[in-house]
Design a protein around this ligand. Structure first.
Ligand code: GN1
Ligand code: MG
Length: 370
């Protein structure tokens, strides 16, 4: 059932927001959760909130996610305060009268965060200064969590960026072919097979303990950064649902996959899809200096591989969902996941051609010799 003004009025009461709900608007960003921009008026003053209904098909233990978020935001907020910075640069969640940062009933699982004033998001961005700033924000996020106890975090989606396991599960679904769609996508399956050896390389480096796991964001799309409307600087990193142990190369790579694509993630015209090396450089110039001093050389040397890996992984995830009948990602039309997968495969091909260029830039920006 769609949410109505009544839904939001009841939620505003549960979360003790005070005032009356004046208006609400669906925010169409995001392929998983459903998000609303809600204005509440109290004593004649309007205040905006983000109401979010979690997708409990994807997030099987939403309460544990909210516990993670509580721990992560207070860790960051304490650090900001200790460094004399504003706590506004981290998300604030509303609590119910019983002290919970969520509310669950038969309609769903809800949470509310304060709308960070005077900020905006972008689904694509060709402004190199903004990309550099987003790189700094994700890098800083990584650094803020460098001393966070990873064992205190619940793994919200097991094997989330385990590319090897993603490919294995995908191949099983190809064999099962539950919706009879495999015949349509044999070319894409072959491409995925041809990328496999490279895409599982990071797994091998984890197995051999050459790459350390850290607490990472794991969903570093540029639309998960709030930019200050006045200064244009990245202000806050949002969407903390998948903060879990992972590789720095995953965060770097996923950001590049999304932000350095000359086209949208679901562009059907593949001639428009390619790696924009200037955008790549800008993001790297922001991200790498923030994290470099705490990383090992091999973590830096595998960042470009991270971009290729994440792009192949998303191709696998989108195609897997297509084969399973589109259950996981929101789709706007039949074949949307297939279009997304094809776009990611084209981007991965272009990245493969530009591995040398990407590595050269990373070496230059980090000062690490390859
Ligand atoms: C999903 O919900 P959103 O749009 O932030 C997905 C990411 C994918 C992304 C692709 C929990 O993120 O892993 O990279 O779509 N999140 C989850 O657009 O699966
Ligand atoms: Mg997300």
């Amino acid at each position: 059932m769609d949410a109505t003004l009544n839904t939001f009025t009841e939620l505003a009461e549960v979360f003790m927001l005070g005032g009356t709900v004046k208006s609400f608007e669906l925010i169409s960003n995001g392929n998983i959760n459903t998000t609303y921009d809600v204005t509440v008026t109290a004593d004649g003053v309007d205040k905006r909130y983000v109401f979010q209904k979690l997708n409990i098909f994807v997030f099987k233990s939403p309460k544990k996610i909210m516990q993670n978020i509580e721990k992560i935001t207070s860790h960051i907020s304490d650090k900001l305060e200790a460094n004399g910075m504003s706590r506004d640069n981290v998300m604030h969640f509303a609590h119910t009268s019983t002290g919970k940062n969520y509310f669950m009933d038969d309609q769903g699982f809800w949470r509310i965060s304060e709308f960070v004033p005077n900020t905006e998001t972008f689904n694509s961005c060709d402004d190199l200064d903004k990309l550099r700033s987003a790189g700094r924000a994700f890098g800083e996020f990584q650094t803020m969590l460098s001393d966070f106890d990873a064992t205190s975090l619940y793994e919200t989606i097991p094997n989330f960026h385990n590319t090897r396991s993603r490919i294995a599960v995908f191949m099983r679904h190809v064999n099962e072919d539950p919706c009879g769609r495999v015949d349509e996508v044999t070319e894409e399956i072959e491409k995925i097979k041809s990328f496999k050896a490279m895409a599982v390389r990071l797994n091998e480096l984890i197995d051999s303990q050459e790459l350390p796991l850290r607490v990472t964001h794991n969903d570093t799309k540029i639309n998960n950064v709030l930019f200050d409307k006045d200064t244009g600087e990245a202000k806050t990193v949002i969407d903390l649902d998948t903060v879990m142990p992972g590789l720095v190369a995953h965060d770097f790579g996923d950001a590049v996959r999304f932000a350095a694509n000359t086209a949208a993630e679901d562009e059907p015209d593949l001639s428009k899809v390619s790696l924009d090396i200037d955008r790549f450089r800008a993001f790297a110039e922001g991200f790498i200096p923030e994290v470099a001093s705490s990383l090992t050389p091999i973590e830096i040397k595998t960042m470009a591989l991270g971009a290729l890996t994440m792009t192949v992984e998303l191709a696998v995830r989108f195609l897997d969902d297509y084969i399973l009948g589109d259950q996981y990602f929101k789709t706007l039309y039949r074949g949307h996941n297939l279009v997304r997968a094809r776009c990611q495969l084209r981007l991965a091909e272009d990245m493969l051609e530009h591995m040398g260029d990407m590595n050269k830039i990373i070496a230059e920006v980090s000062g690490v010799k390859f």
